[in-house]
Ligand binder design. Structure first.
Ligand SMILES: [Zn+2]
Length: 302
């Protein structure tokens, strides 16, 4: 069979058209994949960006609150800087005294807690001797809701890290307070040691101040004076250590005395989680919406 010139021209024209369509389809496919990659890229970038902006906002709110707390008074926390006066506590041969470390940390902690809205009672704000039982009684008299005694540790061997003591009554609330503080300090680089009820060698006796206090209480050993590593963590990071302890106290106080506030904090966290999930869901929906549109377009008779 012989094709006429017109038929040949027709076939050539069709071939040309088909080629054009194929090219167009290819371009569309490339465009679609480019778009898909952009969306995936956007998710990857957007998710941390949302988290970062949330974090900044939180930080800004926190700084604002710290600068001037205007809310209602929240309650009383009692801080006991261990030792003082003639009683230096432990120390080293380079003139470091435990009593000074305890007071330095306690004064910063006091400021941080006051900025959070707490009334802060102190057993001493200067270098003077105070009877240990009296320290506990002072906390009771102040109507304190939490008691924190600050100390530093000492070992002949190479001991290091933070540990805590709670009253021998071994109540859950004291343990929660101690655990939150040790966890916060561990995040600052200290090794986390144990929480003991009673004294170092006797679970059935109490350190004098812990024997008399009626509220949740702990005595925290903030690292070893005999460890260079712990001293560096203590000195170089003093204000962060104080903030970490303040946050742990804040968190414990909310759990024990401000259930509605703790619930609100949990709700805010859930809202942030949902926001991120929603963005992801909407993006995935947008992607899946693109796919049928694309396959329809490419169903061209060819
Ligand atoms: Zn001590």
């Amino acid at each position: 069979m012989q094709l006429t010139d017109a038929e040949i021209r027709e076939i050539l024209l069709r071939q040309k058209q088909r080629k054009k369509l194929q090219q167009k389809r290819k371009r569309r496919r490339a465009l679609f994949f480019l778009l898909l990659m952009l969306i995936i890229l956007a998710i990857v970038i957007l998710k941390p960006a949302v988290l970062i902006s949330e974090k900044n906002e939180k930080q800004a709110r926190k700084t604002e609150r710290e600068a001037s707390y205007t809310g209602p008074p929240r309650g009383t926390v009692f801080i006991d800087p261990g030792h003082g006066g003639m009683d230096s506590g432990t120390g080293d041969e380079f003139g470091r005294y435990e009593k000074e470390d305890n007071l330095k940390l306690a004064l910063q902690l006091k400021n941080d807690l006051e900025a959070m809205g707490f009334t802060v009672g102190m057993s001493r704000t200067e270098d003077k001797q105070v009877d240990r039982t009296l320290r506990g009684q002072m906390a009771n008299d102040a109507g304190a809701q939490l008691f924190i005694s600050l100390h530093r540790n000492q070992a002949d061997t190479d001991g290091m890290g933070v540990e805590a003591f709670i009253p021998k009554r071994n109540d859950n609330n004291s343990r929660l307070l101690a655990n939150n503080i040790l966890n916060a300090l561990a995040k600052q680089g200290f090794e986390k040691r144990s929480i003991k009820s009673g004294t170092l060698n006797d679970p059935n006796s109490d350190y004098e101040e812990l024997a008399v206090v009626t509220m949740p209480a702990t005595l925290v050993e903030v690292g070893f004076v005999s460890s260079d590593m712990d001293n560096a963590l203590f000195d170089d990071n003093l204000s962060n250590n104080a903030k970490a302890i303040a946050n742990a106290i804040d968190q414990t106080f909310m759990t024990l005395y401000e259930p509605e506030k703790a619930a609100q904090a949990a709700e805010e966290q859930a809202y942030r989680d949902k926001l991120v999930k929603d963005i992801l869901y909407q993006t995935m929906k947008a992607i899946s919406g693109l796919i049928p549109a694309h396959s329809k377009e490419t169903e061209f008779p060819g």
